[in-house]
Write a protein of this length. Structure first.
Length: 114
């Protein structure tokens, strides 16, 4: 299997020294997913082979390789979690406006239909 390594980064953080950007990212990360990915990238930058990183992090080789490939493609943006907040809405815009209108009106003004 080919060796997976991160590319040489050209950002301003890494101009300070080898993998300084990942260290800074790891220190600031309040998110465990971002921290885990930063550790994988740092280990790769230190020339550790993928099997050693998998033993260190207790993750699969596929995960380590995916993190490294994503980092090579997108840089530090790849460390961010991929939250899927964009669910399709279940209520259309017209219904939402009608509900908001009813919620704002006085209950005495509403006409009950039976």
């Amino acid at each position: 299997m080919p060796v997976a390594r991160i590319r040489k980064c050209s950002c301003e953080w890494c101009a300070q020294g080898r993998d300084a950007g990942c260290r800074r990212s790891r220190r600031r990360a309040g998110n465990p997913i971002r921290t885990r990915r930063a550790i994988v990238v740092m280990a790769s930058a230190q020339r550790q082979p993928v099997p050693a990183i998998t033993r260190l992090m207790q993750v699969s080789e596929a995960y380590v390789r995916q993190v490294i490939h994503d980092f090579n493609e997108r840089g530090f943006e790849a460390l961010d979690p991929k939250w899927s907040w964009d669910r399709p809405t279940k209520v259309d815009r017209g219904t939402r406006e009608h509900i908001a209108c009813v919620a704002r009106c006085c209950p005495r003004d509403l006409v009950s239909v039976h």
